[in-house]
Every structure is written in C-alpha cells, then in structure tokens.
Design a protein around this ligand. Structure first.
Ligand code: KIV
Ligand code: ZN
Length: 390
C-alpha cells in the first residue's frame, strides 16, 4: 500500500446531530466546531442548510468562527439545495459543497422512480451546478454500499468529469462487510478514469457494528478521507467513530498512514459532545468509554499494576485520560486492594493485607464497587493500626 495522509472529515454536527434528541443550538455548534478545529480535523461538516433556518444559520456562524478546517455543507443533488448551501458557506475561508444522490437500484427505483441512465446524468448535473459556487465539491453516491460496482464506477466518472474533487462512497445502510467494502474501494481505484485526481472518502454506518472496520478497510484500499463522528453518533446505530479511527491509525504503524488528530483531546471532546447533546457514551465504548481504561478482575489488575502494557494497548494519557483505573469489586485480588490502599495513604504490609482482605471481601460481596470511602471504613473496622500518611 502507498504511504499517505488520511483526511479526517467530521460529521458530528450533521450526521450526528440529525439523531433524535441530539439537537444543538447555534452557540453549542460553534463551541463544538471550535473544539473540532483544536482537535485537528481537516473538514467540518457543519450542517444541511436547506433543512431548516436554524441549520442554515449554524453553517453561516460556524463558517465565520472556523479558520483552518474546510467547512462543508450538505445538499441533495437539487439546484435549490445547492444554492442554499453555497449561500450558507459565504463566509467560509475554505468552503465545500457536499452534494449527491442515491445510486443503488433500490434508491433509483423506489426513491426516485428513475433509471440508471438518468441518475448518471443527474450526478454530473449536480456537481456542475455546485461548481458554479465553490471549487471544492464532494459528490456522494448514497447507498454506494449496495450499488453494483460497475455502475458505481460510471457514476463516479460522471462526477469527476463534472469537476468533483472528492468522491464519497457511503455505506448508508451499514450493510457491507469489511472485505466487501474494501474491495469496492479497490474496484473504483482500478476502474474509474481520473480517480487519481480526486480523494476517495469512506462514509460508513454502524448497523452491523462494523463501521470502523469498514472505514479502515477502505483506507487500506486507497481511501484518503474518513467521515466520522465523535462517540460514533449518527443515524440509527451511528457512524464510524472518530476516536477509533484516529487511534487505529496511531496504534498500527503498518497501515502506513497519518492524520492530524491530537489524540490527547479525544476524551475531553467526547465528554463535551456527550454533555451538550445529552447522549451518554456507553461505558464499554472503545477509547472514550468510562471503562476503557478500568481494570476490575484480579488477574488483570495484578498484571497492570506490575506493568501497564500487560493488559493495555493504549497509554490512557495519549487519549486524554489521566491514568488507568483499578476498580475494586468482589473479583479483585490482594494486589489491587494494596495498590488502592497505598494510594489513599495506608502503607499496609503483607500480614495486615491478609487481615484487611477478608473484611474487604465481606463488603465487596454486598456492593457493586468499593470506593475510597468504603476503604477508610474497612480500615477503621480492621485491627490494622496503619495510619493515613500525612
Ligand atoms: O449515509 C449517507 O449516505 C449520508 C450521505 C448524505 C452522505 O450521510
Ligand atoms: Zn450518513
């Protein structure tokens, strides 16, 4: 595979924000856009301007407040949509219109009641219209995941001919398997005339839980932009998660690709998005879940206390988490108990530990988790005389 830089296209404020209950107001969107800029994303999809006056206004205001990243606005492949998107982007330093239409037989037949030939022409017309307003036009072939490759290649050629700078190949329904989606990207690389002059973008949904795997497979086959969201939020089961993509690229040098993400900001921005959207992050979510660096079984705790890398492939500090957590439950062992007691100031020896451990288990069997307060009361109930260190 060639070496290369992968652009990170964040769609938290568009695909993410269209989720029920995730609605943000304009100041909140500006705040998140500013954090996305600090994080190092290359493109911010700021909204879908024709969809509502509020969304239009958010794209205008984000355009004024973002300096380095490209600001992108979504439109259907409809003239009026494209014109409204262009208008909303008028203050953007680096504007991009993202336009397109459905290309699978299902979309052509049921959504558009049209034909493959007409959709092919329409793709070119939409891009050509957007080109009247901005130089940077990204074309999306909605439901590309279920579009026959040969036809998809013809649609891509039409979009390139009309001036598209980026080709988005969405797996809109989250249907593809990673090898299938990667093969689709490779097919386009090998068969579309002019593809070397544009960037191929992966936009994957998580209906089968493989959105991140699909995006990485696309990168391994030549995609050089990944569309993703903070915490993986998005339509239905969500989109490819930004934090996962960024860390996979960082942890696997053999992929031979780079990106501009400052990984130390991943957890802070995850919390910001979760809080502003009122959308909790599942505790076991990779990279940003509250349990992502928490160890609770005795065997794992013992290993991590001896050497962090026995059970951790990521240094928590690299993703903005202060340290790994040793959680005390009835499954914890003596090593974990001693570790936590030392941390709160009890320099306990081996004999004392045996005594306290019995008491600890009695408490732990009654509670989900033993916290520092419980440890203090266990120590005062025990016969151990170790005092809290000054
Ligand atoms: O999933 C999808 O196909 C989309 C497009 C509008 C880019 O979000
Ligand atoms: Zn999408």
């Amino acid at each position: 595979m060639d070496t290369g830089h992968v652009l990170i296209f964040d769609t938290t404020l568009r695909d993410g924000e269209q989720v029920p209950g995730c609605k943000l107001n304009t100041p909140q969107k500006i705040e998140i856009a500013e954090h996305l800029e600090m994080l190092g994303v290359d493109v911010i999809e700021a909204g879908f301007p024709i969809s509502s006056p509020g969304d239009f206004n958010s794209v205008v205001e984000i355009s004024k407040n973002v300096f380095e990243p490209i600001v992108c606005a979504l439109s259907r492949g409809v003239k009026k949509d494209i014109e409204v998107a262009a208008d909303a982007l008028r203050y953007a330093r680096r504007p991009r219109i993202h336009t397109g239409l459905g290309t699978s037989d299902s979309h052509i037949k049921y959504k558009f009641q049209s034909t493959r030939e007409r959709i092919l022409e329409w793709a070119g017309e939409a891009v050509a219209h957007a080109k009247k307003y901005v130089e940077d036009v990204e074309f999306y072939a909605e439901d590309a995941g279920r579009t026959e490759n040969e036809y998809l290649a013809r649609v891509c050629e039409a979009a390139i001919k009309a001036g598209a700078t980026v080709l988005n190949i969405p797996d809109t329904t989250g249907y593809c398997l990673p090898d299938e989606y990667g093969a689709k990207i490779k097919y386009l690389v090998d068969n579309v005339r002019g593809i070397e002059n544009v960037i191929i973008s992966a936009h994957c949904h998580n209906d089968l839980g493989v959105a991140t795997a699909n995006a990485i497979s696309a990168v391994m086959n030549g995609a050089r932009q990944v569309e993703c969201t903070i915490n993986g939020i998005g339509e239905r089961a969500g989109n490819t998660s930004l934090e996962e993509v960024a860390m996979i690229m960082k942890q696997h040098p053999r992929l031979n690709v780079t990106n501009r993400i400052n990984s130390k900001l991943l957890n802070p921005i995850s919390r910001l998005v979760a809080e502003r959207m009122g959308m909790l992050v599942q505790p076991n979510k990779a990279i940003v879940g509250s349990n992502a660096f928490a160890h609770s079984s005795g065997i794992h705790q013992d290993g991590v206390i001896k050497h962090r890398e026995t059970y951790e492939i990521i240094d928590p500090v690299d993703v903005g988490v202060d340290e790994s957590m040793i959680v005390l439950t009835a499954r914890s062992g003596r090593a974990a108990l001693a570790f936590r007691l030392h941390k709160i100031g009890y320099p306990i020896n081996k004999v004392e530990l045996d005594m306290v451990y019995e008491l600890f288990l009695e408490h732990a069997d009654l509670k989900k988790e033993i916290i520092d307060e419980d440890l203090h009361s266990i120590m005062s109930d025990s016969k151990v005389t170790s005092k809290v260190e000054a």
